[in-house]
Design a protein. Sequence first.
Length: 208
Amino acid sequence: MTIDRLLRPILRSLALVLLTIGSIVPAQAAVTITFWSQEFGQNFPHAFFTFSGTPDAGGPAVNESYGFTAKAITPALLMGSVGGRIDRPKPSYIAKSNAHFSVVLSDAQYASIRSLIDEWGEKGDSHYNLNRRNCVHFVAEAARRSGLTVVEDKKLMKKPRSFIQSVEHANAGRVTVVELPAKAYFATLPPPAVTDDAPDSDAATVPH
């Protein structure tokens, strides 16, 4: 028997082992979006979302938070549109909030929500309207770009928690239900790969 014939069974066994290992290695990490609300305490009601994870295509990990709010609290809020801005809730604010559900995003969905942030930011159309373009509307569009079914019930568009839970219920089986306060939620997660060190606000600044 030649050396070649002796090696063939060994190589076949090795290939089988490698194939088996490859089938059980977890898929490359993706970005997860989690939807949050805060309706209690000393702050006004607010809806926002967080990103965590790494794009499938690679690149730096993300651990960031985004919402939308008015630039200032003035009587003009009750009259119509005013200037708005992208809100970056700080960890101290998130710690007082509630996580409702999460969705694992494709890279295309993640890119689309990134575009949404730009579209509503300083370089896009950043106007804020309490009735038609507030933090709940911003989160609604993020959920829609996450591939979810979203119904904008007028009765819920100033009620962050109720609206986000309505999206959760409308997408049963398509989202990972959390429904935990921040401390309990974060206790279930591994440490973040990166710290978001540049948020620009500690809380929502206006009612939504």
